[in-house]
Design a protein around this ligand. Structure first.
Ligand code: OSB
Ligand code: MG
Length: 387
């Protein structure tokens, strides 16, 4: 049986009256463009959420992109649903904990990334009020988390090989290559030939169809840890069919939009490995039961990434400190993404390919308020009625 949310240890001490929800949009340039099967980006529009209560602030990040490419959500749709529906619902009455917050938002459909940003800010706030670390509040047990790096589609194969080399030298424990038709088998073969012992995986972001099954089976020759999201973003059945015809383990990302979809994917054997993204699944109220489900079933789980700023990355780090996260996460160093991050200290990857889990209250990192302010393009505040 799955633990009820109330047993997940993120209840507020007493019903918490939220005073304010604040949204903040800011753009951070990426140190290098990041290309996937759905396009290339050279900057990240960061969407921060701050929730204030009892004079304390909790921080979260809405990981939606600017365009509806990874999922249907965008920064603009998230802003709209938070402004018009989610924030008013949360500010209306005090909240006893995360389960009540999730229930309050549960009357609305969809928009998991918008919900997750609010859940993150709330859980950080509760942790800070209790003077406990986010990892502790979530039930984490690890002091450090094993990490890998996700490398985008490159202009030339030599450039990718050089990046693989560089990131292995930095200590990363696993290399993930983005693939698409025309940038797959040959590239993977070249990387595998140079690095026979490296943990290697590939991520197609939905670029193939079931008709490509024979082509994808050619990847079986390279001893890949997994093939992430080969088929369409909303598919479970074709993935189950594909999994029967290839040896490489399928890992689902886009298709797992919540607990129910994850249960059904495991039931259908659409995947053997689960990528957790707290934004994609709709927050901790889904992420924690998905973690419990994977542990119960012995399904390997790992923490994905969405090119988050340090705020979202700190949440990922705390979540990945839970016991069920058994494979290296896409939780790379701040410097892999940005010249300067929004948190202090920045996230560093040790030579052993791990990141230390902070033990300070809440996120365990300080927000770099000066830099956040300097970069902010939009701020929107919602106050509790009568506050
Ligand atoms: O599919 O895992 C993905 C980045 C943005 C959107 C989707 C994905 C990714 C990554 C990079 O692979 C993960 C990271 O390092 O943050
Ligand atoms: Mg992915």
């Amino acid at each position: 049986m799955l633990a009820p949310l109330t047993a997940l240890n993120v209840a507020a001490t007493a019903p918490l009256r939220l005073d304010r929800v604040e949204l903040r949009l800011l753009r951070l340039p990426l140190v290098a463009p990041f290309e996937t099967s759905f396009g290339s980006v050279d900057s990240r529009l960061i969407f921060l959420v701050r929730i204030e209560a009892e004079g304390v602030s909790g921080w979260g990040e809405v990981v939606a992109m600017e365009a509806p490419l990874f999922s249907y959500e965008t920064a603009a749709t998230a802003r709209h649903v938070i402004r018009d529906f989610f924030a008013p619902a949360l500010l209306a009455d005090p909240l006893s904990g995360l389960d009540e917050l999730a229930a309050r938002l549960g009357v609305f459909r969809g928009h998991p990334m918008a919900r997750a940003g609010l859940e993150q800010a709330f859980v950080d706030l509760v942790a800070r009020l209790q003077e406990r670390s986010l990892s502790e509040v979530l039930g984490g047990s690890r002091d450090s988390v094993a990490v890998g790096v996700s490398l985008g589609i490159a202009a030339r194969r030599e450039a990718l090989l050089e990046q693989v080399e560089r990131h292995l030298a930095l200590g990363y424990q696993r290399i993930k290559l983005k693939i698409k038709p025309g940038w797959d088998v040959d590239v993977v073969e070249a990387v595998r030939r140079r690095h026979p012992g490296t943990l290697l995986s590939v991520d197609a972001n939905g670029a193939y169809r079931l008709a490509d099954a024979e082509h994808l089976a050619r990847l079986d020759a390279f001893d890949l840890l997994m093939l992430e999201q080969p088929l369409q973003h909303d598919d479970l059945l074709d993935h189950a069919t594909l999994q029967k015809s290839i040896a490489t383990s399928i890992c689902l990302d886009e298709s797992l939009t919540g607990l129910r979809q994850t249960e059904q994917a495991l039931e259908l054997e659409s995947c053997r490995i689960v990528n957790m993204k707290v934004g994609r699944v709709g927050g901790y109220s889904q992420a924690l039961p998905i973690h419990a489900l994977c542990r119960e079933r012995g399904v390997p789980l790992w923490c994905g990434g969405m090119l988050e700023s340090g705020v979202g990355r700190a949440h990922n780090l705390a979540l990945a400190s839970l016991e069920g996260f058994v494979l290296p996460g896409d939780i790379s160093a701040s410097s892999r993404y940005f010249e300067r991050d929004l948190i202090v200290p920045e996230v560093k990857v040790g030579a052993d390919g791990t990141v230390a889990v902070p033990r300070g209250p809440g996120l365990g990192f300080d927000i770099d308020h000066d830099y956040v302010r300097a970069r902010t393009e939009v701020v929107e505040r919602f106050d509790r009625p009568g506050a």
